[in-house]
Write a protein of this length. Structure first.
Length: 276
């Protein structure tokens, strides 16, 4: 029996009382003048302020600067400009408090391969735990909930290094969800996920957004990105368009940055992009 047969899908996961609680998304904002890596200017002037109760998808061609922007807005890369959380400079926040507000799932993240999947997901609770204190009942409940949502609870006792690419990604996603933060930033979260788990991911994002969170994801899967509330289209280190997925201007921007190599169609009420 596979794990999907033993565990409820994200859609079916029972909603615990704590999951219905409203999340307050602090306002995160980056005003960037420039960002250079190894002497090469990678990002041009831009501003991004992800809205609460909304899912923002960042899309664009390879090398456009999507991952760099996401790492900058997570405070992981120095740049010329300002980064604020609730109007207060990023660096003025105590790191632990900041980490309770903003959770991050990086691209191809490395993690301690010999830790169990459960312990990896529990790392998401560190910002909630006093120094050297054991995990609380609330920590256990948050981890169980996150691992059930991503259908990774089945492997909780297995070392991370023994999991397949998709299984590992679902554990790392559980770690980010377990933070229960108001802002959730994810770089290529669908990497290695099969189509049903991609759909589950969309459902999880929708649930977090309904609760009040601001979710930002860098995505190569345009068909998934077209389900977001807002698309941020990047090209050559710039944000060239920001708009809803149904807007003709958004479709035109996508066509421009992908050199008219797309067919953007509406099928059964949903926008999809085919390679042309
Ligand atoms: N350490 C580095 N030194 C110099 N240039 C870098 C460095 N890291 C990234 N770059 C360059 O910065 C640009 C933006 O990279 P980034 O990874 O942000 O793009 P991306 O839009 O996420 O691309 P992809 O879709 O291929 O993942 C690319 O041209 C890349 O080659």
């Amino acid at each position: 029996m596979n794990d999907a047969a033993r565990f409820p899908t994200a859609r079916e996961t029972p909603v615990a009382a704590s999951d219905t609680a409203t999340t307050r998304a602090p306002s995160l904002r980056i005003d960037l003048r420039s960002l250079s890596l190894s002497g090469h200017r990678v990002l041009q002037p831009l501003t991004l302020a992800p809205a609460p109760r909304a899912w923002t998808a960042i899309v664009g061609p390879n090398g456009a600067g999507k991952s760099t922007l996401l790492r900058a807005i997570t405070g992981l890369l120095p740049f010329d400009g300002t980064l604020t959380l609730d109007g207060r400079p990023w660096t003025a926040w105590p790191a632990k408090e900041r980490a309770r507000h903003v959770a991050w799932l990086g691209q191809n993240e490395s993690a301690a391969e010999d830790l169990t999947a459960f312990d990896v997901a529990m790392l998401g609770r560190l910002p909630h735990q006093p120094w050297l204190a054991p995990a609380s009942a609330a920590d256990h409940a948050a981890v169980r909930r996150a691992m059930s949502q991503t259908q990774s609870w089945d492997w909780r006792d297995r070392p991370l290094g023994s999991l397949s690419g998709g299984e590992r990604q679902r554990v790392l996603l559980a770690r980010a969800l377990a933070v229960q933060s108001g802002v959730l930033l994810m770089d290529e979260p669908l990497a290695h996920l099969d189509p049903p788990h991609q759909s589950d991911w969309v459902h999880i994002v929708r649930e977090r957004v309904t609760q009040g969170a601001a979710v930002v994801s860098v995505l190569h899967e345009l068909n998934v990105a077209l389900q977001a509330d807002t698309l941020v289209v990047m090209d050559a280190g710039r944000i060239v368009h920001e708009g809803p997925p149904h807007a003709p201007a958004t479709h035109a921007a996508l066509q421009r940055v992908f050199h008219e190599r797309l067919l953007i169609l509406q099928v059964q009420g949903r926008w999809i992009a085919l390679n042309a």
